[in-house]
Design a protein around this ligand. Sequence first.
Ligand code: CA
Length: 217
Amino acid sequence: MAEILIVEDEFSINELIRKNLSLTGHHCTQAFDGENAAAMLESRKFDLLVLDIMLPGLDGYQVFERASGTPTIFLTAKSELSDKLKGLAMGADDYLTKPFQMLELAARVEAVLRRTKKGETEFEMGDLKVDFGRHQAFLKGTAVECTPKEYELLEVLVRNRNIALSREKLLDMVWGYDFDGGTRTVDVHIQRLRQKLHLENDIRTVYKLGYRLEVRE
Ligand code: CA
């Protein structure tokens, strides 16, 4: 569960975001203008900011400058490409173009939280060690060469260990909703991870669904 601040002046959109992110288990706080948002950011800490750019009072950029490094997803209007670029250049973690699907927002939120989450910094199981900070897997202390997608897939499996994940879910989490390739991509990457990291017995195939990393803790 993460503490999320939603800053959006359009009440219905703010409410829709709150409902959806609450459903996925997060605790949401709402602000409807920039000044209020800045005051909230000063008084407490949030794990993530969902931040509209066009706001009354302070705009999204001005709020972002006061967010002192809080991970942020900007919401931008469809036509304003310069807004996306500006937001990312300022150090935002991601942006979404309105109108967007709530499923997509939820996926982006999870991706940013996964990247930024404090707490677990490494994972060990037998000869395998995964260093989340360095994005690196080790076998018996030796770094194992993985492509970025192989590593991301491994991290998703590790962070969701002992949970069966469908191929579609893995595809969304690792490759994102924009990816056109099929679920076969997931199978190919799973095979490579199993071989490279000697996880043949640990990454289980879940019949007609997907995969699960089995960890005895
Ligand atoms: Ca707005």
